[in-house]
Ligand binder design. Sequence first.
Ligand code: HEM
Length: 371
Amino acid sequence: MTSDIQMIPLPDGTSAWRITGYEAARQALSDRRLSKVLKAEELGLEPELASSMLRMMMFLDPPDHTRLRRLISATFTAHRIEALRPRIEQLTAGMLDAIAAHETVDLIETFAYPLPLQVICELLGVPAEDRVEFRDWSAIVAAGPGRQHEMPQALERVLKRTRALLADRAAHPGDDLLSGLLAAREEGDRLSEDELTSMVFMLLIAGHETTVNLIGNGVFVLLEDRDRWIRLRDEPELLPTSIEEFIRYESPIATATQRRTTEALELGGQSIPAGSRVMISLAGANRDEAHFHDAGEPRLDRAPNPHLGFGHGIHYCLGAPLARLQAQVVFSALLTRFPHLELAVPADEVGRRSDFQRGVTRLPVRLHGGH
Ligand code: HEM
C-alpha cells in the first residue's frame, strides 16, 4: 500500500510533502499550523507586482484572512449570486443559439470558456471594452510556467485597468459587486485600494478557469460513456448530485494552493518538520478508495458526497454557490437544447490537462449527433 503522504521533489530543486489520502488532506486543509502566506520570491515577480498578489485573502492567514473574508462575504451574498440566475440563463441561451447551426464545434472555445468569463466580468462590472484584456490576462495566468515571461507585463496592464475601474466606480457607484466592495464596511473597517485591486484579481483568477474546467470535465464525463448523458437527460433530478460528482471525480483544482508548516507536526501518522512545503492533492483525496465507495467510478446519484473539491475549513471556496449555479444552468440548457450531443473525436483525442488544474482544453462535439 502506498502512503497517503510522500516527500516529492519540486522543479525548483526544493521538495514538498504531498498529501493524497482523504483524512490527512481534510485535516491539513483546516489545520491552523499550516500557513498559506506566500513569500514574494515564490511568485517570481517584481516586488511591486508581487505585493498586489500577496494581498489576496487566498494567500493570507488569520487575522488578515478573517478580516478580508468578512468584508467580501458581506457583499458576495447568496442573494446576489441567486439574482444572477436569469442573466446566466440568458447568456447561456444566447451562446448556444450562436453555435446551434453548426454540426461540430469545440465546446470549450465556443462556450465553456467564454461563458464564465462573461459572468465574472458582469458580476464585477467590468465594462465590455475591457473584457478582451481580462480574457488575455486570465489565459496567461492559467497557462502557468509556459507563459511565465508574459506575466509581469500582463499583470501591470490589468493592475492599471483595475485601478481605473475602481476609480470610475467610486465616482459613479452602481449595484454591481465592485461598487458593493467599495462600500463594504464592517465595524468601521474598510478595504484599502490595494486590497480592492487584489480582490478583483483574485476573483478573476479563482472564478474563471475553474468554472471552465467544471463545465468541460462534466460534459466529458457524460459523453465518454454516453449512457451517462442519456441517464441525466432522462432523469434531470440527478443534476445536483451529478455536479458534485463531476467535482469529486474530475476535480477542477487538482492540488490546493501551497501551504507551509509553521511548526513540526504530525499528519496521517507522518512527522513533518517546521518550515516544510505541503501540497494537498484534492484530486487524490477525492478518489481515495478508503473514503469513497467505487472511488474510480463517476456515479451520478452519489450521496452523500463529502468531496474536497472546493477545499475545506476557513479557505473553503468563496465562489462555490456561483460555480454550482452556473453548472446547473449550463448542464440543464445543454441537455435540453442538444439532447443528442456526442463526442466528435475518440475520447482519447480530447485535449486534457492535469497539473494544478484538471480540465479539458479542446472538446470537439457533434451538436445533433446520435440517439
Ligand atoms: C468549479 C469551480 C471552482 C472550484 C473547483 C473551486 C475550488 C476552490 C478551492 C479548492 C479553494 C480552496 C483552495 C485552498 O484552500 O488552497 C477555493 C478558494 C477560493 N475560491 Fe474557488 N473554486 C471554484 C470556483 C470559484 C468561483 C466561481 C469563484 C469566484 C467568483 C471562486 C473564488 C474563490 C476564492 C475567492 C477562494 C479563496 C477563499 C479563501 O481563501 O478564503 N471560486 N476554490
